[in-house]
Design a protein around this ligand. Structure first.
Ligand code: TUI
Length: 314
């Protein structure tokens, strides 16, 4: 068994967070991960207030354990969903893609445990001062919106910079990754890509198949030119986007091309026009399983390699 300080901070048994994947992470997946002893997370990205409220209530019907809501700070609905998490007494809020301090002023006094995703030491320090109970240090191996640093370099630097617990994310999809994260000083992991193929994940079949088929070089990053870097599978859509970018398309033209693309992948399974966000760990994801088996495999796999970890020490 692996139990760490993050378990007590959020009231979970197993130090595994499920990534808050936009258009994908709903009450079905979140409740399955929470019931398995990890922290399930609902993504508020695609949602207006009423959709999110419905998902939070559905999640409460499906589990009596703690769960989180992921708020993507660039979402057009950010102000309204920021209020919903207060009204609905959501236990944990995880933020991404920006600086959450403006909202922490209402979340922290409401008793919400705020755990921002950070891609730099500077932001980790800032959110610690603003009352974050922990941070997720996310390296650029992850899917979706990514920063520049790798998990290997970011995690230990964030661990050294803050006194709150650090959860590692980016590139972690099996027990070896979990063990490595613990060696870097993290006390938990956040995993997205591997949960895409969980039985309880409601993403399109096409998306699941593409993840299962992906190899080590199956992903690419677009958007670096305009500081909105996004990692997704190499598909007709992402190659077209990259070509437009290279040819000097304006930000507005690119926004138009990208509009609705994540929904087309996640909901419609449209391979030609969809944006299939995924991390570099997709090549490690080879089988469908219940979410509970994924949580246990991550931790049991870590235990196995950690027991051997001193093999070369003389
Ligand atoms: O947020 C994520 N991952 C995401 S958000 C997302 S939704 C989306 N949809 C369409 C286009 C683009 C995105 C999909 N995946 N991860 C957390 C994360 N945060 N990664 C990197 C950062 C980050 C980067 C810079 C956080 C703060 C930051 O600071 C800059 C600033 O705003 O101060």
């Amino acid at each position: 068994m692996i139990r760490t300080p993050i378990c007590d901070v959020v009231g979970i048994e197993k130090p595994v967070f499920q990534g808050g994947m936009a258009w994908i992470a709903d009450a079905s997946l979140a409740s399955a991960v929470s019931n398995a002893g990890g922290l399930g997370v609902i993504s508020a990205m695609n949602a207006d207030a009423e959709w999110l409220r419905g998902q939070i209530r559905a999640c409460r019907e499906l589990t009596d354990r703690p769960f989180g809501v992921n708020i993507m700070l660039q979402s057009p609905f950010v102000d309204e969903v920021a209020q919903v998490v207060v009204d609905e007494h959501v236990p944990v809020v995880i933020t991404g893609a920006g600086t959450p301090n403006k909202y922490m002023k209402s979340w922290v006094p409401a008793g919400i445990k705020v755990i921002p995703v950070v891609a730099s030491v500077a932001l980790a320090r800032l959110v610690e001062r603003a009352g974050a109970v922990a941070v997720v240090a996310e390296g650029g191996e992850s899917g979706g919106h990514v920063g520049d640093l790798t998990t290997m370099t970011l995690v230990p630097q964030v661990v050294d910079a803050v006194d709150i617990p650090v959860v590692a994310a980016g590139g972690i999809a099996d027990g070896r990754g979990v063990a490595a994260a613990l060696m870097l000083g993290a006390v938990g992991v956040q995993v997205g890509t591997r949960f895409l193929v969980a039985d309880e994940c409601t993403v399109s079949e096409e998306y699941k198949e593409r993840i299962l088929k992906a190899n080590d070089i199956a992903t690419m990053v677009t958007g670096r030119r305009d500081d909105g870097a996004v990692r997704c599978l190499k598909t007709p859509f992402s190659r077209r986007y990259a070509k437009f970018e290279k040819e000097g398309a304006s930000k507005e033209e690119l926004a138009e091309l990208g509009r609705g693309s994540l929904r087309k992948a996640a909901v419609d399974g449209n391979y030609e026009e969809g944006s299939f966000m995924a991390g570099q760990s997709a090549g490690l994801v080879t089988r469908r399983q219940p979410a509970a088996d994924i949580v246990d495999d991550l931790l049991e796999g870590a235990e196995e390699v950690l027991r051997e970890a001193t093999r070369w020490v003389r």
